[in-house]
Design a protein around this ligand. Structure first.
Ligand SMILES: Nc1ncnc2c1ncn2[C@@H]1O[C@H](COP(=O)(O)OP(=O)(O)OP(=O)(O)O)[C@@H](O)[C@H]1O
Length: 223
């Protein structure tokens, strides 16, 4: 469902130098497959997720999701595609502070153009154990609860691909496993493919497929 071919991404340094971050000959994830992505700090994991989500443009290459090469889409088309097919759980949650937990999840739906479905949003929040926190705003939620809202929001549009960037990094150890279990259950239930970045060996050990970015990325191995 996800396949990358000859994907290159570099950043321009303040001194004008080009810094090559990604040079990936090939990488793919099958429908419903759950893959962990590891690698040293700064090797390009977040950059890769952002490229796959179309949040960052690549220099060249092909990123195909369900048969559509998102690199070839114009910005508006890419935004629509992302809203429809991709769920993203960020390390820092990125919840909208002025909106309640329920509204944050509903907003995840409205971006896709589908009618905002309060019943589904409520069910998603119940599934992550927050049925009693629907009308609370992020500031009134604990860090672990905020991350659970973010998980529910990422699933709101019934994505085909879930990208999770260190979703347990800011959560205490007691809640880490809960977040991982929630993500895995949701992916199993809805046949969602997942690419999960984590630094935690305990988390990585729970997955059948663990990829190390340095091993699939020529830019890093050459550095
Ligand atoms: N917008 C940007 N402009 C210039 N350099 C950037 C930009 N974003 C990231 N970088 C650099 O690209 C490299 C890869 O960053 P990235 O955030 O993808 O790494 P990472 O593997 O996710 O790191 P970590 O595990 O610490 O989160 C780093 O050296 C970073 O400083």
């Amino acid at each position: 469902m996800l396949s990358l071919e000859l994907v290159r991404k570099s950043y321009r340094e303040p001194d004008g130098e080009e810094l090559s971050i990604l040079d990936i000959p090939t990488f793919s994830v099958a429908k419903g497959e759950q893959v962990v992505l590891r690698g040293r700090s700064g090797c390009g994991k977040t950059t890769l997720l952002n490229c796959i989500a179309g949040l960052t443009t690549v220099d060249s290459g092909r990123i195909s999701i369900n048969g559509t090469d998102i690199v070839r889409l114009q910005e508006v088309g890419r935004d629509r595609f992302r809203a429809k097919y991709i769920g993203f759980v960020f390390q820092t949650f990125n919840l909208l502070p002025a909106f309640t937990a329920l509204e944050n999840v509903q907003l995840g739906m409205s971006f896709t153009g589908q009618r905002s479905d309060a019943a589904r949003a409520e069910k998603l929040l119940q599934d992550v154990g927050l049925g009693h926190r629907l009308t609370h705003k992020p500031a009134a939620l604990s860090v672990g609860e905020q991350q659970r809202v973010a998980v529910a929001r990422a699933l709101a549009n019934q994505p085909a691909l879930l990208l999770a960037d260190e979703p347990t990094a800011n959560v205490d150890p007691g809640h880490q496993q809960q977040i991982i279990d929630l993500l895995r259950e949701a992916c199993n239930r809805e046949q969602v493919a997942m690419l999960l970045v984590t630094h935690s060996p305990e988390v990585a050990d729970q997955f059948e497929r663990v990829e190390v970015l340095e091993e699939i990325n020529r830019a890093v191995s050459a550095a």
